[in-house]
Design a protein. Structure first.
Length: 412
């Protein structure tokens, strides 16, 4: 077995699921990579509303299997996001305001531990491990099967981007007020970028800087039409692409704008509700980039994500209004690009307007231990104590690493 070999030979170990994250933690130099990418099976029990998912699956695999039965669980915002990495990092997407984080919907995890033991982690079995693996990343073992609870969702949502010309700060101010009373069935994301030359983008906007306001409403569609009308009429926009469409179509809409094999560099913040000063930074910095592929995302948090599951989990950021992802991207690939500097400077400019935390799955590999601790929030010490029980030698360290500490886990 690969794990035993790595331990016996004292080799670095990495675990690859869907291979979506840009930090590079799914690979290691001169060591062993356990690659699950061919294990993409999804088994759906529609009567029990449960899906069992292999660790190499992508969210497109899960959505195809669950939507065939009118069911769903919250996943990422594109279909090629990996199930494993998203889930153990907490995970959120278009449906998370309605049904919680991806990890909130995890019922159990079959795991391979550092010592070779195979265990099940769930609310009624290895509860401390189950708490940790829902948000604590890949620090505690290898998940070999995920069991998710499912929710009824017909095939159709009301969704799509509304495109505005850039530097329209009044749009951002209106957005802030609009989402303040949004129901849980509605998520509205922002994407500040250069419009890509994709089929769904109007020809006159391709290659121009735009502000995309992207609602996704999963409740009664007639109610959604009325709810979104003020947002769709404000401005007015340069283009309104909101329509009724299959959920799986919306999930795949942005796949081509974040392809594999490009160069990527991320920085991220959790944000409170947008202030006027924060909006000033967004307007000043978002389009001051060099690569047309670079962009900024603001994810609309809150709703069902605030409370979390009974018994809690290690996932952080539940009190944030937004998760912000500043993404330097360049099609030529490679490790160097001028927009890496843009990304870092933008991150620093936004820091006074942030909460101090960060979404674990948006951490890059050069963040440092202090930033890792901040991303795990108040649960870091408990995570370190659980790590000492399940991985005292820190075998699983190719991640946003939690170092094991002495002592027993703090009470739940």
């Amino acid at each position: 077995m690969a794990l035993a070999y790595a331990r016996r030979e004292s080799l670095p170990l990495a675990v690859r699921g869907g291979g979506h994250n840009v930090s590079g933690s799914a690979l290691c130099e001169g060591g062993v990579v356990i690659d699950f990418s061919v294990l993409r099976g999804v088994q759906v029990d529609p009567g029990a509303r449960v899906a069992r998912v292999q660790p190499g699956a992508l969210w497109g695999d899960v959505d195809a299997g669950t939507q065939a039965h009118g069911l769903v669980t919250p996943g990422g915002i594109v279909t090629h996001t990996g199930v494993a990495g998203l889930t153990v990092g907490g995970g959120f997407g278009w449906l998370s305001r309605r049904w919680g984080l991806t990890s909130d919907n995890l019922l159990s995890a079959r795991m391979l531990l550092a010592d070779g033991d195979r265990v099940r982690a769930a609310a009624d079995e290895n509860a401390d491990l189950f708490w940790a693996v829902r948000g604590g990343g890949g620090n505690f073992g290898i998940v070999t099967e995920f069991e998710f609870g499912l929710h009824k969702l017909g095939p159709t949502v009301l969704a799509g981007p509304i495109l505005f010309r850039p530097n329209r700060r009044e749009v951002l101010s209106f957005y802030r007020e609009f989402i303040a009373g949004a129901p849980d069935e509605l998520a509205v994301y922002l994407n500040l970028r250069t419009a890509p030359a994709l089929e769904w983008v109007p020809e006159d906007l391709r290659g121009t800087d735009v502000l995309l306001v992207i609602p996704c409403y999963s409740g009664d569609l007639d109610d959604g039409e009325a709810l979104l009308r003020p947002l769709r009429e404000f401005g007015p926009p340069a283009a309104d692409l909101v329509r009724r469409k299959p959920y799986v179509e919306h999930q795949s809409m942005f796949d081509a704008s974040v392809p594999h094999h490009w160069g990527y560099y991320w920085k991220s913040h959790y944000l409170p509700p947008l202030t006027e000063d924060a909006i000033d930074v967004l307007v000043e910095r978002s389009w001051a980039k060099n690569s047309p592929a670079s962009y900024t995302l603001l994810f609309h948090m809150g709703g069902a994500m605030i409370d979390g599951p009974v018994g809690g989990s290690a996932a952080s950021g539940r009190d944030a209004a937004h998760a912000m992802n500043i993404n330097a991207a360049w099609p030529a690939g490679g490790q160097d690009h001028v927009d890496i500097g843009w990304c870092r400077e933008y991150f620093a400019a936004m820091e006074p307007h942030a909460t101090g935390g960060e979404y674990v799955n948006f951490l890059h590999n050069d963040e440092g231990e202090a930033r890792i601790r901040a991303s795990y929030g108040n649960g870091y010490q408990r995570l370190a104590q659980i790590k000492a029980i399940y991985d005292p030698e820190n075998i699983f360290s190719s991640n946003q690493n939690i170092k094991p500490s002495a002592g027993q886990p703090a009470p739940s």
